[in-house]
Design a binder for this molecule. Sequence first.
Ligand SMILES: [Zn+2]
Length: 353
Amino acid sequence: MPGFEKAKLMTFPRYVLIGHDVVEQTGDLVERLGWGRRALIVSDERTKAIAGDSAARALAGAGFHADFAIISGASMASVEQVKEQAFRSRADFLIGAGGGSVIDVTKLSAYELDRPFISMPTSAAHDGIASGRASIKENQGNVSKAAKPPDAIVADTALILKAPYRMLASGCGDIMANLVAVKDWELAHKLKGEEFSTFAASLSVNSAELVIEDRDRIRPESEDAVWTVVKSLISSGVAMSIAGDSRPASGSEHMFSHMLDRLAPGKAMHGEQCGVGSIMMMKLHGGDWRLIKETLEHVKAPVTAKQLNIPEKTLIEALVGAHKIRPDRYTVLGEKGLTKERARELAVETGVL
Ligand SMILES: [Zn+2]
């Protein structure tokens, strides 16, 4: 049939090992993957004790050699440090055992070194644990860099349960963003002819709907809650792998969050900001914003500017400037964004202010 020229390369994790005490199975997993015998485990001081040491023990038990790279923060200096240590210890593969920063640094290092890596999260605060992009701090703030999705994920629910519950609730906010992101994507497809993947979009929406359905199970001190949220964060990552970029899980609500990062860095967590952004952007779309708000309230994630620790003026400013974050990505904010009046109205109508 003439005329069909579509071609696409999709990259997925090969194994996803999730559940109670699965870190202990790391050696068997790497044995199956056949990557070689030498590992470099990337951690920070804290996550080395939580996950890194257990991973090293599991690897040693299966006859692997493991070295450590202890980093602090998601900077290019950390990436250089990991690359150098990987080179020196002749590492065949990398393991990022830690939170978002550790996994981002490992992801980018592995990509630049062209080595496989395992994502071993110690918290479930956002979908970076399974995505192909790395958020790295540079002078002006965080920059999202192209890397690759993890080759394998080891998500130990017993271990993630030890992280503060606030992080899991934040993860729910990052998942609610999918509902808005897909609506933004549909809009860009309709108005700008942007390529759209129904498969990626359905998987992304489905991940969010599962969290909404299971919201009664998401509460502090529940390993079952960790299971539900982590599963959903991983399928968000897979949706992004299908799309080949972050479109299915990042739209206007993420732009609002990134603008807040610039205006009020460190006030709230990424997923918390995305959750509040999702409430407001869903209202702009004319969708069911109340359902998002109720879900976030139910899992004890922030739903107001006050709970985010953001002053009214900053919140309005973030809404007004959000569209400038990524002008190439068309969203419900349009090319001109919101006026100050409309932004305030939106925040008041949704109870954010
Ligand atoms: Zn996110």
